[in-house]
Design a protein around this ligand. Structure first.
Ligand SMILES: [Zn+2]
Length: 64
């Protein structure tokens, strides 16, 4: 998805969350959203490395 190609329908019209004006919106953007305009599929990515480390330390692993 991050390469601009939809993994579901192979469309190359993938869009990313617009940049938020951090002066007007003081909270830091915590997710990047990639969305395919052809089929509607989307993915979220956590962008804060500290949040990712916290999740890695506390959330259960799918692979066990
Ligand atoms: Zn698609």
């Amino acid at each position: 998805m991050k390469d601009g190609i939809c993994p579901k329908c192979s469309s190359t019209d993938v869009r990313i969350t617009p940049i938020i004006n951090t002066v007007m919106v003081p909270s830091v953007r915590q997710f990047d959203t990639y969305l395919c305009t052809a089929c509607g599929y989307f993915e979220h990515y956590v962008t804060d490395p500290a949040k990712l480390a916290d999740i890695a330390a506390n959330w259960p692993s799918v692979s066990g």
